[in-house]
Design a protein. Sequence first.
Length: 495
Amino acid sequence: MCTVVAWAAFAGAASAEVVLRVAQMSDISTLDPHKAADAYSANVMRQVYNALVQPDPNMEFKGDLAESWENPDDLTWLFHLRKGVLFHNGEEFTADDVKFTLERMLDPKTASPGVTHIREVDKVEVVDRYTVRIVTKAPYAPLISNLGRYEMCMLNEKAVREAGEDYGRHPVGTGPFMLDVWRPGDRVELKKFDKYFEGMPKVDRMVFRGIPEEATRVIELESGGVDICIDLPAQDYARIKAEGRFKVYEKPSITSNYYAFNAQATPFQDKRVRQALNYAVDVDALIDAIYFGMAVKSRGPMTEQIWGFDETLPEDPYPYDVEKAKALLVEAGYPNGFKTKLYSSTQSQSRATAEQFQAFFAEVGIEAEVVSLEWGAYLAETRKGVDGMFTLGWSGTGDADGALSYLYDSKNIGSSNRAHWADSKFDELMAEGRRTLDPEKRKAIYREAQRYFNEEVPIVLMHSRKLLCGSSPKVNGFEIYPNQVYRLFNVSMEP
């Protein structure tokens, strides 16, 4: 009898689900790649979907659903697809799905923020069941890196049409995990897909929780409430590392954090005002106060890890200088300053940054009101255009075009160009960079674009924070991705 009981207990333990619990800074907004505009949603989507290509932890692009590709002429790209890949609804992935996915993104009715990454695509043609041809309107140098963005996840036409407007809550991908439960404001639960083409996932279930409060994320890690803490607060990183009870991870980021103006709103149309507020902000103090030194001051609109970064840019293009800021404001016609709003999300770092800016601006006579919004509302409001300034971060694709065009090309006003900055010279530099295939000539173009951007500054240049994560010692195989979109297929949990 005892033997039977013991065996039953053992069998029950052996069959228990292996669950990986992940804390990140915010809840997700959607699981429709064509509607998403945030890394938190992307982290979940990365487990549910695949794309034609994907970056590895070194931001090198590898085949994902495409086994190989070729560029037979300046306008044509041929992609050869994996065979036998299944969607979660049992349908096989084919060239028809690539055509449907890209054409849905290109459709103005979709209003996808990510459309800028493939706007140069002229047509998508099915050559045969496992070969697709993409033809661009002009030579398009960044196509491969752009296809590695999370917005480019491949969709199943049947699933999208069946779900209709509610597809973002009923995703169907080819990835190693499927959506099981989504409780907005609480958690997202994924379960393994046992027909995944790369093999069986190493855990049975993943749970993602959005936890904006930094102290709470740390408490959850230390108490065993979560197994991985993405965005480990900088103020806790050194202590947790020194204690040695948890694994810690650190890596430079390709993400730039910035505070953007609505460049079409008064008084931010004036370049002198924008420059003044760059001088008014003590970025070094900001880094010390909020990130405990675990960030690097921005030299321009993109980080040093991105291809095409101009190494000759000044180390500090806008050093902290209150008197220079005041002089520029006088020159622009604002000797007594003005009133504005500083928008932030409810995340701790976002709110703290807004409060720091409020204090900096007060020193030059600007009265700024801090307005904090929940993450989903914040994204929606900033997309429409705010009556003041707002703070966000952007990783891009690993290529200069992806770092710059998405946020600042005037074609993207109303979607991803939340700064509402329209500058014909900058637009032309971006267009020239995209259609130039010679890498060295492209670099020269982006060098000019970065220097021009630093002169016009539609944002307050801030910093690139180091990516800090922590995990239980039971976690194996976790790696930081510089674009902050984490692939967790290879993560396992020790008993």
